[in-house]
Each structure stands twice: as C-alpha cells, then as structure tokens.
Ligand binder design. Structure first.
Ligand code: MTE
Ligand code: MO
Length: 470
C-alpha cells in the first residue's frame, strides 16, 4: 500500500477490488447492492482483507513445516494483486515469514514442548516489529493518498466563469412543496453511484475530452477550451436505474456545461452512426441513441453543479448529463471520450444484464410522512416528489387506505427535465393507515401499480407507505 501510494497508483486491495467489481456475476452484484446499498464498496474491501487474513493464516501454518509453501503462497497472492506494489508486498511478506520461522540452534535446558530450534522470543520480537512496521506503512500510505485526493479536490474548487447571458433565473419558491426534500439537491447530499474504488486522478492541465469515431472532424477540448465555449445552465433530475420504488438514488441539480448537440454539429456526425458511446478515465463506458443527442433535448458535457465546479464524486473534470435517461446509459463521470459508433459497442452494464436502452420510467415518491412513523392526528401534509424526465409531470394522486385517488397540489413546473414536488393536505384520523401515490406524466401515461424489479430497465409500481396516527 505504501509503494502504491508513493507511486500514485491504486492500492493492491483496490486493484483487486476493481477487478472483482468488473467480474462480479449479476446475481451477486444485486445481492451486494441489496445487502449493503452504497456501502457495498466498504463491504468489498473488508471481504478482501478477511480473505487475505485467512489465506495468510493458512500459508503461515503450512510454512512452519514446509517453508516453500510460504514462498509459493505469497507468490500467488502477489500475482493476484497483479501490480508492482503487490509483488513488492509479497516479496516482503515471504521474507518476513522466512525470518519468523527460521530455526536457531538453541540450548534446550530440559524437556520442552516447543519444537526444537523454536525461539519464541525472537518470533515475538520479529512478529511485533513487523506488525508495527506494517501498520505504520499503511498509516503513511493513507496520509499520502489522502493528501493527493485533497490536492485533486483543491483543483476542483475553481469558481465557474460568469454566464454570457447573465446569471440564470433563480428557482421559483413554489417549486418546493415538500418540507424535507429541497427542490435542488445540495452537492453533498446528491446520491453517488459508480464502480470506482478510488477517484480517477485527472490532471487539470493535461486532461482533455475527445469527440471521435464516425464524425467528419474529430475534436479535442482541454479543460480551458471547454470552459471557453458558449455555456448553458440546466436543471435536470438524474436517476439511477437501480432506484427501487420510493428509493433515494435520484437527485436534482442545476448543471453547467456545453450542449452536446453543438459539439456534435461542429464535429459532423456521419450517416450510419447509431450510438453516442462514452468512456471515462477509469475505463467505464455507456451509450445511447444518436437521435437523443440531436432531438433538441439539453444533453450536455457538464463541468459545474449547483453553482460550483463539478465535485470529484460527481465526475470532475467533466461528465455527461442527458435528460430523460437513466445514469447507466448516459451520465459518464470523469469523462474521457465520446465516440460516434454503431450498436456493436456495448456499454459497461449491458453484458451484465441491463437493457441497452434506458429511458427513465415515470415515478413518484412519498417523503412526508416517513414510512413506518407515528404522527399526531389532525391536519397533516403528505408530500413528495414525482419525475418523468424530458416528458414532465402532469398530475400526482394520493390514495389513503385504498380509497379514491385524490389529486395533490403540484409545485411550480420548472422544466420537464426535472422532478416536480407535490403536497396534499390530510385530516389524519387515529389508527394505522396506508398511503399510496401515483403520477401521470405529460404524455398521459399513469404509473402502473404492477411491480417490476430494477433490472433490466427500471422498477415500476406505486410507492406505498404505512403510518400510525396517534
Ligand atoms: N465513470 C463512471 N460514470 C458513471 C458511473 C460509473 O460507474 N462510472 N455510473 C453511472 C450511473 S449507474 C449513474 S446512476 C450515475 C450517477 O451519477 P452520480 O454519482 O453523480 O449521482 O453516474 C453514471 N456515470
Ligand atoms: Mo445508475
């Protein structure tokens, strides 16, 4: 880990973890996400350390009688790590184990149960020194790595240049109807979903995004060149296809960036191009139909989020945002290239059991009251959000205890690309109640009550909660 931190590469645990993530079968990935949620990465790291500890114990035990097993065992672990730091770690490990187990000719004063040549004192001293050295090395690697991420984060704190058309209009107060959910999700509260264990280490000065493939003129933009292009600010709700009905993997932000349609027009998309296929600095990929980049929607390369430079967690230096599509087919963070190509190319999640096309399904969620909570009888507000990005929300209805559907009051319609908040006044009678919500979008479609799982293309069903009124 120390060698990895000093040479600025992923630690062996993260390197192995990354390959585990990429190779995890679909059912195990779903299980991990369902069990650990967004702590799945921490769980993976713990799992790797536990497996390593078990392997080390077995290797050490076997090496007491056959020292060769120690060398081979460490060799295998080093090779699995598949990096110079992990091989270095394996060499150090094998060397220490040899030292620990080396027999010393010693005087045995009387009958002893210890194996002949076993020097307990030396074992304890060497073992203790190794433990101290290893712990310190890990601590130093954490400091070095933390410093590097801090430095990277510091570069993301540049202020955004002023917009040519002046500041964008502020969000009307009427957009917010839910007492607990802000209309614009603050950056620090915005959900985060990705496959990386450590942030791609982009350099502000050498980073550039390429537009290539089936275009007349391939283009490359550095960070400064991108920021010098005409910019827009758009309020767009982003949602993960893994969002279960009523779940939290959805957020709304004001994105600042450059319209993709302008860049594609400049590059000249060739006939036959079917897919806008993007790749991130960490090698993650996704793609969506070319038509959606040219049908007038505000697909963009974003480098700002809610008035600040795009945070590292959300894709600094730049990412894609495409209204109306789930993130897994469109929202590449830490963007590296955009390639115009055919459907022959498959994005990261497609061979892993997810649909090729990922239009967002119309959904609604109850945020107040909280499911399972107790609330006092009398005047109450039922409130939440509804989204149908790039179609827009026309109506939200609530039903209590399976009664008739009652229309909720909708928040100001800011844009069809963002969620809409809603609220319903309720005279809550004492007892246990169920509250159910459904939205109708501007195409006239009303959410189906039929439950569909998140895979392969997004969950359906009505969010329903239970509350106790006392
Ligand atoms: N490089 C990269 N970009 C990515 C992903 C990823 O794993 N790697 N995940 C995507 C998915 S599945 C979603 S839902 C969105 C989430 O964006 P956020 O973390 O900013 O909310 O990012 C998308 N972009
Ligand atoms: Mo996602």
């Amino acid at each position: 880990m120390l060698a990895a931190a000093i040479t600025n590469v992923a630690s062996p645990i993260d390197a192995v973890g990354g390959r585990v993530i990429d190779r995890t079968p679909h059912w195990l990935e779903r299980f991990a996400v369902q069990t650990f949620g967004t702590n799945d990465k921490a769980a993976l790291r713990v799992g790797i350390v536990v497996l390593l500890a078990i392997a080390a114990a077995l290797i050490g035990r076997a090496a007491t009688t056959r020292p060769r097993v120690g060398d081979v065992g460490f060799g295998v672990v080093g090779v699995i790590g598949f990096s110079v730091p992990s091989i270095l770690g394996a060499v150090v490990g094998a060397f220490v184990l040899r030292r620990l187990l080396r027999p010393t000719p010693i005087e045995v004063p009387g009958p002893s149960k210890a194996p002949l040549g076993w020097d307990r004192r030396r074992f304890l001293v060497t073992g203790g020194a190794t433990a101290v050295a290893a712990t310190s090395a890990i601590a130093v690697s954490k400091v070095v790595d933390g410093k590097r991420v801090d430095d990277l984060r510091a570069t993301t704190l540049d202020t955004l240049p002023p917009l040519a058309d002046g500041p964008s209009p502020s969000i009307p107060a009427g957009a917010t109807q839910s007492p607990v959910t802000p209309f614009v999700t603050p950056n620090g509260e915005f959900y985060r979903i990705d496959t990386v264990l450590s942030f791609p280490r982009a350099n502000r000065n050498s980073w550039a995004v390429q537009i290539k493939g089936m275009v007349d003129t391939p283009l490359t933009f550095t960070y400064d060149q991108l920021q010098a292009l005409p910019q827009v600010e758009r309020t767009v709700t982003l949602c993960c296809v893994s969002n279960e009905v009523g779940d939290e993997y959805v957020g709304n932000a004001v994105w600042r960036g450059v319209l993709l349609a302008d860049l594609l027009a400049q590059a000249g998309v060739q006939p036959g191009a079917q897919q806008v296929f993007s790749t991130s600095l960490d090698g993650w990929t996704c793609g969506f139909p070319v038509e959606l980049a040219q049908d007038g929607r505000d697909a963009m390369i974003a480098f700002g989020m809610n008035g600040a430079t795009l945070p590292l967690e959300h894709g600094w230096p730049a990412r894609l945002v495409v209204p109306g599509l789930y993130g897994y087919v469109s929202a590449t963070k830490w963007l590296s290239s955009i390639e115009l190509t055919t459907w022959d190319r498959e994005g990261y999640w497609i061979p892993r059991g997810w649909s090729r096309l990922g239009p967002v399904k119309t959904q609604s969620r109850i945020d107040v009251p909280r499911g399972g909570s107790s609330i006092p009888a009398g005047a109450q507000k039922i409130a939440g959000i509804a989204f149908a990005q790039h179609t827009g929300i026309a109506k939200v209805e609530v039903r209590i205890d399976g009664g008739s559907w009652q229309e909720a009051r909708l928040g100001t319609d800011v844009t069809d690309d963002a969620w809409r908040q809603w609220v319903l006044d309720w005279q809550a009678p004492a007892g246990k109640h169920s509250i159910e919500v459904r939205a109708t979008d501007k195409s006239g479609y009303t959410q189906t009550a039929e439950r569909a799982p998140v895979a392969p293309d997004g969950a359906t069903g009505h969010h329903t909660i239970g509350v106790t009124v006392v």
